[in-house]
Design a protein around this ligand. Structure first.
Ligand SMILES: [Cu+2]
Length: 335
């Protein structure tokens, strides 16, 4: 038995990993449900790659452990030589391995075919998430919305996010600007979609670690960093974008249509006199599934772990404006 120890250890470890992985959705260790419009597409690609790699992981580890078991040394002798007798379930493999040419062709063509498939499968999703022309701010056109309600005509909510060691500083327009000229008129033209990010106004409101948006509406984030590289990660929204020194990078996403999935996660709390997040809209109680973290996904220094913020999804624009008013007066009190 002693000589089989390593194959048993390897086999048991791999099996434990596999079991842990298989039960993780039941244990709540799996990723949170997606709550942005592009989440389903990202998840599809994630699962395609996950299943491909899972299949080959199991295949290669099973062969590895099988060979360890079969060819363990006995009585201190090296058991394997080119003419060694191969027993049982490994026989078909040795037949295959006799032809080096075939083996090399297989492990070249199979991965090549898989990579080509993945490279085509992801094109549309990547374009939707990253191409400037599909930026919801750039694509927004008030002329398209003739006869629509004010809310439908409202351009994407613009927020400038500045990362720094070790917090996220969000810049919102003042209530006056948001409700008057900014809401209905901006951007003046299509090339203007990043002016909010580039030109801070004296009356802007700064809020730390809280991203406030409302459901079923587009958000355009203008992402910068004041010091090192950070990564703006909203796991629930399937958003992850590096912030690079000296660059302003546009990031956009849309919260889900409430007819499909309820994403609202805030309620007004009388006691603390503030909007509280992490609330399940059905039960009105705190629920981890409705806690939308903002994480930094790039190791950026000793306080990297502290760069945790929260996304607050309000039920509509009116509630968002109500929050903005409160945030504005709190900001002016502080400054
Ligand atoms: Cu960071």
């Amino acid at each position: 038995m002693g000589n089989k120890f390593w194959s048993i250890l390897f086999g048991a470890t791999m099996l434990a990993c596999l079991i842990g992985f298989a039960i993780s959705p039941l244990m709540g260790w799996w990723m949170p449900d997606g709550v942005s419009a592009h989440a389903a597409e990202v998840d599809f690609l994630f699962y395609v790659i996950l299943w491909i790699t899972t299949f080959f992981f199991i295949l290669t580890e099973a062969i590895l452990v099988g060979f360890m078991w079969q060819y363990t040394s006995q009585d201190g002798k090296r058991p394997v030589n080119e003419n060694a007798d191969v027993a049982g379930f490994l026989k078909p493999l040795t037949g295959l391995l006799d032809s080096q040419h075939k083996v090399e062709m297989a492990w070249t063509l199979v991965p090549a075919a898989i990579l080509i498939y993945i490279s085509f499968a992801q094109i549309k999703t990547w374009a939707d998430i990253k191409y400037a022309s599909r930026n919801q701010m750039a694509a927004w056109d008030s002329a398209k919305f003739a006869g629509k309600t004010d809310e439908e005509k409202t351009p994407p909510l613009q927020i400038a996010v500045s990362a720094r060691q070790f917090e996220w500083r969000m810049r919102y327009p003042s209530v006056a600007r948001f409700t008057k000229d900014w809401k209905m008129d901006a951007p003046k033209n299509k090339g203007d979609y990043d002016s909010f990010g580039k030109m801070p106004h004296a009356d802007d409101i700064l809020v730390v670690n809280e991203l406030h948006i409302w459901q079923n509406h587009s958000v355009a984030v203008h992402l910068t960093t004041r010091d090192v590289i950070h990564s703006f990660n909203l796991p629930n929204f399937r958003v992850k974008q590096d912030a690079l020194p000296g660059k302003m990078i546009p990031v956009w996403f849309k919260t889900l249509d409430p007819a499909k999935t309820k994403t609202v996660n805030v309620k007004w709390d009388e006691k603390s006199q503030r909007y509280q997040d992490g609330i399940n809209p059905e039960t009105g109680k705190e629920d981890l599934n409705y806690t939308y973290d903002i994480a930094c996904a790039e190791l950026c220094g000793w306080g990297h772990y502290r760069m945790i913020g929260r996304v607050y999804v309000h039920k509509d624009m009116a509630e968002f404006v109500d929050w903005l008013k409160k945030a504005e007066s709190a900001f002016h009190k502080r400054n």
